[in-house]
Write a protein that binds this ligand. Structure first.
Ligand code: SF4
Ligand code: MG
Length: 333
C-alpha cells in the first residue's frame, strides 16, 4: 500500500541573493512497511523535502502534490496539519538534546502529545511513556520515566526521541540523520531499533542521510538527491550492485571498506555542491563528474548544455544522466 505519494515537489524561497530552488521537481513513494533512504550531501534538498512533507516549510513556496494515504497535504490549514504532524507523521532529528526540554522528565515529554491527541489523563500518559520506553529498549523503564534528558546518554536520548515519535502510533516516521551524532556502535543499535520497530508496526520510514552505509543497513528503496533534484532512484540492492549515476558511484566509492587499512584516506567526491540560485543549464553534477571528462567532446558538450531527464533503466530504477553506468553500455567508469 502506498502511504506517501510525492509528485513533482518543488520548494523555493527568496533570499537577498535570489530565489533558492532547494527542491526542484522530485517524485517518490513510500510504501507502508518499507523504508526509503533519502540520500545526499548537505544542501541537496533532502531535509527541505522532509520539512515540506511535514508542512514545516514556513516562508517557502511549495508546489506539487504530497499525499498521505490518498489525502492531499499541500494546502491544508495549520490546524489540520497540526493533527497530521502530531498523529500521522512523526519526525526524529540528529540532535535529541535540542529537541528535548531540559526541565521536564522524559516521561512527561513522551506523554505530552499522547495526552493531547488521545485526551488521556496523567496516569494513562505515564503508563504510555513507560510502555514506549520499554519498546525502544530502555532498561528499567518504570524508574527512568521520571528522569531528565541529561541523565541519559546520547544513544539513550535518541531512543527517548523515538519513543516520543511513536507514542501516537504514526503511520510514517521521518528520520533526519538520526544517528550522525552517535558513535559507530550506538549508531548501529539505533538503526537496528528503527528497522525492528518499522517491521513490527508496518511503519513507512523516510531515512534521511548523507551516508550510504546507513542506507545499506535500513533502506528498501533509495532516492539519491543532488542539487535539489533526483540523481538516481532504485531498490537498495540494485543501487549498490549497479549504480548508474556517477554521483552515486562517487558516494559508494567514499564508503569506508572493511578491507581498507585503518589509515586509508576516505575518498570524498572533489568539488562543491551546485548553486541552487543560478543552476547551470546542463547537468548540475558536470563540474565534479569524472565520467563526462573521460567522455567524447560531443558527449561532454551535451552534459554541459542539456539537463538530463530521469530515465528508466530497469524495474524501479531511474537515473538522470546522459551517460548512465549501466552494464549494457559496456562503458564502466
Ligand atoms: Fe556526468 Fe554527464 Fe551524467 Fe551529468 S549527465 S552525471 S555530467 S555523465
Ligand atoms: Mg540536513
Amino acid at each position: 500500500m502506498t502511504l506517501l505519494d510525492v509528485k513533482d515537489l518543488r520548494v523555493a524561497f527568496d533570499t537577498p541573493r535570489g530565489t533558492v530552488r532547494a527542491v526542484d521537481g522530485i517524485s517518490f513513494t513510500v510504501e507502508a512497511g518499507r523504508t526509503l533512504g533519502l540520500v545526499g550531501e548537505s544542501g541537496s534538498g533532502k531535509s527541505v523535502t522532509s520539512l515540506a512533507v511535514m508542512g514545516l516549510h514556513r516562508g517557502a513556496a511549495v508546489s506539487g502534490s504530497i499525499k498521505l494515504d490518498g489525502q492531499e497535504l499541500t494546502g491544508l490549514g495549520e490546524r489540520e496539519l497540526g493533527v497530521v504532524r502530531g498523529r500521522r507523521i512523526a519526525m526524529i532529528f540528529q540532535d535529541p538534546l535540542s529537541s528535548l526540554h531540559p526541565f521536564y522528565t522524559v516521561g512527561e515529554q513522551i506523554a505530552e502529545h499522547y495526552r493531547v491527541h488521545f485526551r488521556a489523563g496523567r496516569k494513562a500518559g505515564r503508563a504510555r511513556a513507560v510502555e514506549m520506553l520499554a519498546e525502544v529498549g530502555i532498561p528499567e523503564p518504570a524508574r527512568r520515566v521520571d528522569e531528565y534528558p541529561h541523565q541519559f546518554s546520547g544513544g539513550m536520548r535518541q531512543r527517548v526521541m523515538i519513543a516520543m515519535a511513536l507514542a501516537c502510533e504514526p503511520e510514517l516516521l521521518i528520520a533526519d540523520e538520526p544517528t550522525t551524532a552517535l558513535d559507530v556502535t550506538v549508531q548501529a543499535q539505533i538503526l537496528d531499533l528503527i528497522a525492528r520497530i518499522q517491521q513490527e508496526r508496518g511503519l513507512g520510514v523516510v531515512m534521511i542521510t548523507h551516508d550510504l552505509g546507513v542506507v545499506a543497513r535500513v533502506a528498501h528503496e533509495v532516492l539519491v538527491m543532488y542539487g535539489g533534484r533526483a540523481a538516481e532512484q532504485a531498490p537498495v540492492d540494485r543501487l549498490f550492485a549497479q549504480p548508474a549515476h556517477p554521483y552515486t558511484r562517487g558516494l559508494l566509492d567514499s564508503l569506508p571498506r572493511l578491507d581498507d587499512a585503518d589509515d586509508a584516506p576516505l575518498r570524498a567526491i572533489p568539488g562543491s555542491p551546485p548553486s541552487l540560485i543560478a543552476p547551470a543549464p546542463g547537468c548540475s553534477f558536470a563540474p565534479r563528474c569524472a565520467r563526462t571528462i573521460a567522455a567524447s567532446a560531443e558527449e561532454h558538450a551535451r552534459c554541459l548544455a542539456e539537463r538530463p531527464a530521469l530515465d528508466p533503466l530497469g524495474t524501479g530504477h531511474w537515473a538522470a544522466c546522459h551517460l548512465p553506468m549501466v552494464p549494457s553500455s559496456g562503458k564502466a567508469l
